[in-house]
Ligand binder design. Structure first.
Ligand SMILES: NC(=O)c1ccc[n+]([C@@H]2O[C@H](COP(=O)([O-])OP(=O)(O)OC[C@H]3O[C@@H](n4cnc5c(N)ncnc54)[C@H](OP(=O)(O)O)[C@@H]3O)[C@@H](O)[C@H]2O)c1
Length: 344
């Protein structure tokens, strides 16, 4: 099969690692890669139709655990076969599915991949392969940040049928979302609004992004440069930017509120802040986390898509053979809204 593999460093060069990440030129198309086979109960062989590019995947330790790893977490495709165990599978050959494999099992930049039943869900009928692949990692991150980590009440999407443009603020909670136009941010805004919250969306350019963010459900759009002047507080802040913006967010959380960051370098930000700040805000529940696959949550996201409550965004798509170009494009952050997708 065809697959993109990460070529090891040249002999005599230091091996690639998170400290010495592989350049995108190490992403190479192989034409005779062996098709993987399901070996354990609960596994599926999938003919991959679309996968996404994650901006910093070549800096993750997981990608260097195996030689010549195949990158890629988000996928959409067709079930080819299930594992030979007698266990009943929710899927059968021919089913169209989408999902994300766990971060230590990247493998979907390929014609075929083995995924776990728990990582997959039936593809929403109205989405293209590209749109379906664009959803899982970003939308699950947003879902888990809001409802698992910040503890906001989950919406019952079925009850919101036909009300996508008229969701009422019912909780009285004010939520600030940083990086609101980003891949994760666009689902944070949509899902937090569907849950009945008041949404303030932070962006580097109100001029450029106001109309878009209001269309997603934001109630107000705040320019990043104005965050320091904004003296209001929020019941929960979900951060996708990290660094100085995240540090400023501490003073914007309501007493007893939640501060969640998903930004890659924010690991341990709560301890760092509390060890160094004059105002450690012990009352704030602060957490960084890594998204986990979840079929149950994908089913809810899928229901919201089918009901027309949630929109998926594809910035640009490239054929698999142009994975190197797609990865470079993703790093430049200059593309349109949503994920960069590879079609296979
Ligand atoms: N922990 C997890 O499980 C998990 C899962 C997914 C993603 N992530 C991480 O979360 C972060 C966001 O991911 P993403 O896919 O949403 O990224 P993205 O699509 O690149 O979006 C980031 C957004 O943040 C804003 N932004 C970026 N850099 C900024 C800066 N220096 N200052 C101010 N604003 C900035 C931009 O919005 P404006 O131009 O509108 O300001 C941009 O749209 C990344 O670090 C990613 O690795 C983590």
């Amino acid at each position: 099969m065809q697959a993109i593999r990460l070529r090891p460093a040249s002999p005599g060069q230091p091996p690639y690692s998170p400290q010495n990440p592989a350049p995108s030129s190490a992403l190479q198309l192989g034409n005779d890669v062996q098709i993987p086979m399901p070996t354990h109960a609960g596994e599926l062989l999938v003919r991959i139709r679309a996968a996404t590019v994650t901006r910093d995947e070549l800096t993750w330790p997981e990608i260097y655990v195996t030689q010549s790893a195949i990158p890629g977490l988000d996928f959409a495709g067709t079930v080819v076969s299930t594992s030979s165990s007698n266990e009943e599978s929710p899927f059968k050959p021919g089913d169209e599915i989408f999902g994300m494999v766990d971060t230590d099992r990247s493998s979907v930049w390929a014609e075929y991949a083995v995924v776990k039943v728990e990582e997959a869900c039936a593809k929403p009928l109205m989405l293209s392969w590209e749109e379906a692949a664009a959803l899982p990692l970003s939308a699950l991150t947003a879902y888990q940040a809001l409802f698992d980590k910040a503890g906001l009440p989950r919406p019952a999407f079925g009850d919101l049928r036909n009300r996508s443009h008229n969701v009422q603020e019912t909780t009285g909670r004010r939520i600030l979302i940083t990086g609101a136009t980003g891949c994760v941010g666009i689902y944070l805004v949509q899902l937090a609004k569907l849950a009945g919250n008041h949404i303030a969306a932070l962006t580097s350019s109100v001029d450029r992004n106001r109309a878009f963010l209001l269309s997603l459900g934001a109630d107000e759009v705040v320019e990043t440069g104005n965050l320091g002047k904004d003296i209001r507080t929020y019941d929960a802040i979900i951060d996708t930017i990290g660094g100085k913006i995240l540090e400023m967010c501490w003073s914007r959380v309501t007493l007893g509120g939640n501060l969640v960051s998903v930004e890659s370098s924010s690991f341990g930000f709560d301890q760092k802040h509390r060890q160094t700040s004059a105002d450690p805000r012990e009352d704030v529940r602060a957490v960084f986390f890594i998204v986990k696959p979840s079929r149950a949550q994908l089913e809810e996201i899928s229901q919201a898509i089918d009901l027309g409550l949630l929109r998926a965004f594809v910035a640009e798509s490239f054929p698999l053979m142009d994975a190197q170009l797609a990865y470079d494009q993703c790093k430049q952050r200059s593309s349109g809204r949503g994920k960069i997708v590879l079609t296979i």
